[in-house]
Design a protein around this ligand. Structure first.
Ligand SMILES: Nc1ncnc2c1ncn2[C@@H]1O[C@H](COP(=O)(O)OP(=O)(O)OP(=O)(O)O)[C@@H](O)[C@H]1O
Ligand SMILES: [Mg+2]
Length: 259
């Protein structure tokens, strides 16, 4: 059975999508079979993987809303350029899902039900959440074994995390008792500034050993790789940024082994 990890933070631009893509690739480099699930109507993950979202015949929206009973998750999954990494793509249609799911039975568990047929086919399923705490993120949390929180190295980001933790706790109580906090990943860290160092120290004080040892530094390589349509691990395989996503993958694999 695959392990499902939601990559969530309601704050925008903290590297959720970048982490989903590159952690996925790093896990695949370590021999894991990976499914990336795009749950953001902005479809940044799908676009970053080189898909033209207007040309996709069906997406995660169709599966969540059951627009056609013959379309299952298997029908929407596409291979990516990365070996052993598939994607369940999204499109702008997904922006209707929050509203439309609202009146559905089982509205918080639509993704969990949708993923069930492919749980056995993957070692890791990584869900890229939108920057909000609405029904889509709730669906991701209800479908997941654990949550990875990317936290931008910024004082205000710490404050926003409290709301996210409260949401995780609520989902744990009402929908998914097994949901664990996998860890907090500090992103866009700038070692030259005291501010970044202070924030890292504060995150470690608040989350203790739930803070990943891997820290993702700020680097323009991250943006360049998106433009090139490649993962960081392909775009600049030996860069410190690619390396830190590999050590993150190692931490997660070691954690799974110890569990
Ligand atoms: N380590 C990094 N250093 C510099 N820029 C980065 C880094 N990681 C990601 N970025 C850039 O920051 C921007 C936001 O990243 P990303 O899209 O991954 O965040 P997000 O949390 O998914 O955003 P959203 O909330 O809009 O979905 C992108 O332009 C991305 O290329
Ligand atoms: Mg994103």
């Amino acid at each position: 059975m695959g392990t499902t990890i939601a990559i969530a933070n309601q704050k925008g631009g903290v590297a959720k999508t970048t982490t989903c893509l590159n952690l996925g690739h790093a896990l695949a480099e370590r021999g894991q079979k990976v499914l990336l699930c795009d749950l953001d109507p902005q479809s940044s993950l799908t676009i970053s993987l080189g898909f033209d979202v207007r040309e996709l015949p069906s997406t995660i929206y169709d599966v969540l809303l059951d627009t056609n009973p013959r379309i299952t998750i298997r029908d929407i999954i596409r291979p990516t350029k990365m070996n052993a990494v598939d994607v369940a793509p999204a499109s702008i249609d997904l922006s209707k899902a929050e509203l439309e799911l609202f009146s559905e039975m089982n509205r918080e568990r639509a993704l969990k039900d949708a993923l069930r047929p492919v749980l056995g086919a993957y070692d890791y399923i990584l869900i890229d959440c939108p920057p909000s705490l609405g029904l889509l993120t709730t669906n991701a949390l209800a479908a997941s074994d654990s949550v990875l929180i990317p936290l931008q190295s910024d004082y205000l980001a710490m404050r926003g995390a409290e709301l996210l933790l409260a949401t995780i706790e609520k989902v744990r109580r009402k929908l998914n008792p097994k949901l664990a906090l996998l860890g907090v990943l500090v992103t866009m860290y700038d070692a030259r500034t005291n501010h970044s160092k202070d924030v890292l120290q504060e995150v470690r004080a608040a989350f203790g050993d739930r803070t990943f040892k891997s820290v993702i530094r700020y680097s323009v390589r991250a943006k360049e790789s998106v433009i090139s349509g490649q993962s960081l691990l392909d775009y600049d395989a030996k860069s410190p940024l690619a390396e830190s996503y590999r050590t993150l993958a190692d931490e997660i694999l070691a954690y799974a082994k110890a569990a």
